[in-house]
Structures are given as C-alpha cells and as structure tokens.
Design a binder for this molecule. Structure first.
Ligand SMILES: Nc1ncnc2c1ncn2[C@@H]1O[C@H](COP(=O)(O)OP(=O)(O)O)[C@@H](O)[C@H]1O
Ligand SMILES: [Mg+2]
Length: 249
C-alpha cells in the first residue's frame, strides 16, 4: 500500500475580522489535509476567504481559533519568533506580483534567501543552477527581471521559493499578472513540481484552466468549504468550470 504522508493539516480554522458593520467571519471553520506531493488549488468568489486562508497557512497571521499543523509542527502554537523562522525555513511563498529585486539577476534573486540565512555565495551556486534548470531558465541566469517576460519572472520567483526545500509551496493568484500563454507555463511548472519532485503546493486561483492542473480543488464560500473537485492534474478546464459553477453558484 502506498503511504500517504500528511504534510499539512488544518483543523477547525476560524478567522474573524472586526469590520465597520460588525464582525466578519472570513473563515468559519475550515478542515483540510494535504499529502506530500499533492497540488491543491483553492477557488471561491471574491471575499470567500481564500487569501485569509493562505495568509494563515503562511504563518503571517494567527487564527481566531483552530490549528495549522505542517510537518507535524503546530504553527499556531509557536511564538512570533519561532513562527517567523519556520516561515523562512519551511515555507515557500509565491506572490501575484513576483516581488523580485530589480537590481539582482535571476540567479542572485534565487540565491538571496540562502545568502540572507548566512550561506556563502559559492556554496549556493550548484543549488541555484539546479533550480534554474528545474524552471527551464538556465539560459536566463544572469538576466535582471526587467529583461525577462512576466512568465519568466514568475518562474524565477518559484525557483526562489524552492531554494530552502520547503515543506509547502504557497501561491496566491500566481498567474494573476500574466497572459494566458505565460500562465499556462506556470501551471504546468507547478504540476511538474508536484508530480516529479513530490512538492506539496497550495495555491489560490480563480482560473479554471490553471486549477485544472491541480490534484484537488477546494471550493470556498463565505469562509467554509462547500465542496471539492478532483481533476487529478488532468488540465480539464471544462470539467472544472462546470463543477465549480455548481458548487459556488
Ligand atoms: N484585514 C482585514 N480586515 C477586515 N476584514 C478583512 C481583512 N482581510 C479580509 N477581510 C474580509 O474577510 C473576508 C474574506 O477576505 P479574503 O480572504 O481576502 O477573500 P478572498 O481572497 O477570497 O477574496 C472578506 O469579507 C474581507 O472583506
Ligand atoms: Mg484574495
């Protein structure tokens, strides 16, 4: 029997915000597990709680109630300092806006988290080269972000997010700034990372064509999970769009 390593476990997750019109239940009790090598997408209408969930998974904020357990460590029980360290060492994060440093080359951007963590430049080079290969950008190593397409910049950002060999790669709308062709490259890269390198990926998106490359799609509505779609990485966007309309509508 194949052993399913649970990497991520979310239990009874709630997040309330104090709004002008009273309390907003951004997350109203979310339970979720993800196994090693699983690519999980989160879909839902604007305001359904997607970014809140990803923020909490990323240790950027604490929930009102509930637990987040990553690699057996209860993130919600760590103090600020330990949570910050955990975030830096065990989580990889990709942003919609790429967030690369404009004055650094692709390889320098990728190496930066390790350099900041005290490793020396020579020692990190083989790792950076391997990551450039993984994201198909070996030929762009010395280019600065301005000389790269949006899709290439986001692939550099993915490589940077992987440089610490994180337990989980988190991405909030990673293709939100890309045209559909470049978006497709990024989705196929994420698919490969899960299938070939056993990376565990959690991403928020509203694009059915991208989410269809995930193993599972969790659908959120008003802070709750209302269903799951299992495209199994097929890329079948029509199936996802139909099922999503049924669940979210
Ligand atoms: N910092 C905040 N303060 C107050 N309300 C917030 C805050 N962040 C999110 N919300 C509210 O929580 C709900 C969920 O927001 P969010 O997680 O950003 O949804 P999504 O990413 O799905 O669009 C929304 O009603 C939003 O207005
Ligand atoms: Mg959002």
């Amino acid at each position: 029997m194949v052993r399913m390593d649970t990497i991520l476990e979310v239990r009874g997750l709630r997040k309330d915000y104090a709004g002008a019109g009273g309390v907003v239940h951004a997350l109203a009790g979310v339970d979720l597990t993800a196994a090693r090598g699983q690519f999980v997408a989160i879909m839902g209408a604007s305001g359904s709680g997607k970014s809140t969930l990803l923020h909490l998974l990323g240790g950027l904020d604490l929930p009102t109630a509930g637990q987040i357990i990553i690699e057996g460590r209860n993130l919600t029980a760590l103090n600020d300092r330990a949570r910050t360290l955990f975030r830096r060492r065990r989580l990889g994060v990709v942003f919609q806006a790429f967030n690369l440093l404009p004055s650094l080359s692709a390889e320098e951007n990728i190496a930066l988290p390790l350099i900041v963590d005290g490793e020396n430049g020579e020692a990190v080079l083989p790792k950076v080269r391997a990551l450039l290969e993984t994201v198909d950008l070996a030929h762009r190593a010395t280019h600065r972000p301005a000389a790269l397409s949006g899709g290439e910049q986001q692939r550099v950002a993915v490589a940077r997010a992987l440089v610490n060999d994180p337990a989980v790669l988190l991405a909030d709308e990673p293709t939100g700034n890309l045209d559909s062709r470049h978006a497709q490259d990024v989705w196929q890269l994420l698919r490969r990372l899960a299938s070939q390198q056993q990376r565990t990926i959690v991403t928020v998106t509203h694009e059915a064509a991208g989410a269809a490359f995930a193993d599972r799609i969790i659908v959120l509505k008003d802070g709750r999970i209302v269903g799951e779609i299992q495209p199994g990485g097929s890329g079948d966007a029509a199936l996802v769009a139909t099922r999503y309309a049924e669940l979210a509508g």
